[in-house]
Design a protein around this ligand. Structure first.
Ligand SMILES: [Mn+2]
Length: 424
């Protein structure tokens, strides 16, 4: 489809991963139903756009390096959607090479729940295998990859990847896994080192699993494209995929493009000198406008600091959510929607400046309590109550809830133990 230029072998493809189609966005159920609807559709929309770019760019093929779906038991809706997108590619003769990751692994028990994909879709089996592709202008391409048979693949699967095939023009590796030493927060599955990849002498490594995009190496390119739609405040950066052009014996071209319709933002607003609700309201509106991001909708978390000038009545309007509700009364598109407005005591630096040990132990305790198990253990007593258990059974599972509680606790602690500059 893409032709050789002056006798140079060229292939062009799109590399994407971690689509997490049909992510539930659990922590956001409380937002306006219309907004929730567009948040819920964002993973679908982002992938639809990637497929459109593939068609417009007349790529040779599309690579998807795992975690197409968010859960092992994919909804029929997610699969039907994905199948429709695969059909769009089939109509213009674009093949797709994909593998399943730790989120959408190929368990035997999920086999009966799968919808058949069209013929242009090539799925890697649970052992590393190499597929062959021949382009319309006759470039031979080898693609090596594997799908997860279970959620937890701890083996160094890279050991089973062959060395570069000699008889092909390009050899591409697809791998859903964790690069050792990267410090990423994702699970350590199918671990490898950069060296492991480079020694195989492939022309491109299409990685998946890590949601923050990263170009680990440029010649040959070794790339984590990141996920295609941020799903929580920790996934705040732009999201999209890579359009890659490989030319035999020459520098490859990698172009990143964004497709996520919704972006997460976190901002801090210093309220020093602000004493009235009017002043507060005005500066927050300004901050919201500054947080806007082109054509995309923005989900904004705003942390208010230096709020000592505000009366307790105004503080109450912040704490009980009244101000937040007022701020979100806008229909302007694209939307800047504030999903969290919080007060953050910023006396930390003043306190810890004098005591490094205290700073360290504070940070350790904080991290300790942020752990899900620890948090649950502390809340166990509360969950002995019938009412709490039945009415709020899901709440304890929600990360957003845990973060909110932790922030409130931290504020309280800071209020109690920190002191202002000049105090003795
Ligand atoms: Mn993933």
């Amino acid at each position: 489809m893409f032709h050789t230029k002056g006798g140079i072998w060229v292939i062009r493809f799109i590399h994407t991963a971690d689509l997490h189609i049909d992510s539930p966005f659990k922590g956001l159920k409380q937002v306006h139903p219309v907004l929730f609807e567009s948040i819920y559709h964002s993973t679908f929309d982002s992938f639809h756009r990637i497929v459109s770019v593939a068609i417009e760019s007349e790529v040779d093929f599309l690579l998807i390096s795992g975690d197409i779906y968010d859960e092992e038991n994919q909804s029929v809706k997610a699969q039907a959607f994905f199948r429709k997108e695969m059909k769009r590619l089939e109509e213009v003769s674009i093949p797709v090479y994909l593998l399943h990751g730790n989120h959408d692994f190929m368990g035997r028990e999920t086999e009966t729940l799968r919808i058949q994909m069209p013929k242009n879709v090539h799925i890697f089996g649970v052992e590393p295998e190499t597929k062959e592709f021949i382009s319309t202008s006759n470039e031979k391409v080898a693609l090596t990859g594997f799908s997860y048979p279970t959620r937890w693949v701890r083996e160094r699967m890279i050991e089973q990847y062959p060395s570069r095939y000699k008889e092909v023009d390009f050899h591409l590796g697809m791998l859903h896994g964790y690069m050792e030493g990267s410090g990423a927060r994702e699970g350590v599955y199918a671990p490898f080192t950069l060296e492991d990849l480079l020694t195989r002498q492939y022309d491109y490594w299409a990685l998946g699993h890590i949601h923050k995009r990263a170009v680990l190496h440029s010649a040959p390119p070794v790339i984590y494209p990141g996920n295609i739609q941020g799903r929580n405040p920790n996934e705040g950066e732009g999201k999209g995929a890579y359009l890659v052009t490989l030319q035999k014996g020459m520098t490859s071209k990698v172009e990143y493009f964004e497709t996520a319709p919704i972006i997460w933002r976190e901002r801090t607003l210093d309220l020093n000198g602000i004493t009235s609700l009017e002043g507060l309201y005005g500066s927050i509106l300004e901050a919201m406008e500054e947080a806007a991001e082109g054509e995309r909708d923005v989900l904004l978390s705003l942390q208010l600091t230096q709020y000592q000038g505000l009366s307790s009545d105004v503080i109450t309007r912040i704490e009980d959510g009244d101000l937040l509700e007022g701020l979100n009364q806008t229909e302007k598109q694209p939307l800047v929607y504030m999903y969290r407005l919080s007060l953050v005591a910023q006396k930390e630096r003043l306190l810890f400046k004098y005591d490094e040990k205290m700073q360290q132990s504070f940070e350790r305790s904080r991290q300790d309590f942020m752990q899900e198990e620890r948090f649950k253990a502390v809340l166990q007593d509360l969950y002995k109550h019938q009412t709490i258990r039945t009415k709020f059974s899901k709440l304890i599972e929600e990360e957003a809830f845990r973060e909110e509680i932790m922030q409130a606790a931290e504020n309280q602690l800071m209020e109690d133990i920190a002191f202002e500059e000049g105090e003795e």
